[in-house]
Design a binder for this molecule. Structure first.
Ligand code: G3D
Ligand code: MG
Length: 179
């Protein structure tokens, strides 16, 4: 193989991003994937195993791994940590009473050395269901999840309000992921 071929192959590889989508059950992970694909978002069944979706976004090709988030499935998450480019963590913004559970699960994942340094995008999903306090929502979650300890925002992590139903915020999230 000539040098140019090697460089070209490497460039193509750089544009392939392996993205792991995690979060508690019912956060809206699979609906977000449907939204990205412009497919109907109604009547999804809970994800029992995992589903891989390939989608191109700008110059990049995203391979999105959507893994079931039910309690019994969380112990299998570590099977998907190899060679990650980004972790997308989805939170149901209409269920902030589960933030403690989110904190526990997110930090268990972030402590794994294969996840160290991986770009982290927090999607505050279902904001179409939140009627009040949207302005304070992001700062509350940053504080509760101690996100500042993950490094500088924008560079290492980002948090974006979104709705898989209306589509708001999803594009912005993907833009940051691929930036
Ligand atoms: P999961 O893959 O994280 O487990 P799902 O979650 O994508 O299966 O979604 C769980 C439920 O939340 C679904 O409702 C789905 O329609 C709903 N949902 C997902 N995203 C949003 C959103 O942004 N806004 C609103 N209003 N609902 C959302 P059902 O009723 O099918 O269980
Ligand atoms: Mg699912």
């Amino acid at each position: 193989m000539g040098l140019l071929t090697v460089i070209r192959k490497q460039k193509m590889k750089d544009r392939e991003l392996r993205v792991l989508l995690l979060g508690l059950d019912n956060a809206g992970k699979s609906t977000i994937v449907k939204r990205i694909l412009n497919q109907p978002t109604a009547s999804l069944t809970p994800t029992m195993g995992f589903e891989i979706t390939s989608v191109s976004f700008g110059e990049h090709n995203l391979n999105i791994w959507d893994v079931g988030g039910q309690q019994t499935l969380r112990s299998f998450w570590f099977n998907y940590f190899d060679q990650l480019d980004a972790l997308v963590w989805v939170i149901d913004a209409s269920q902030l009473d589960r933030l403690h559970e989110v904190f526990r699960e997110l930090y268990t994942v972030l402590q794994n050395e294969r996840v160290h340094g991986v770009k982290l995008l927090i999607l505050l999903n279902k904001i179409d269901l939140v009627n009040t306090g949207l302005e304070d929502l992001t700062s509350t979650v940053i504080k509760e999840l101690e996100l500042d300890s993950y490094g500088p925002r924008e560079e290492k992590w980002q948090i974006i309000q979104c709705s898989a139903i209306t589509g708001e915020g999803i594009h912005q999230g993907l833009e940051w992921l691929t930036s």
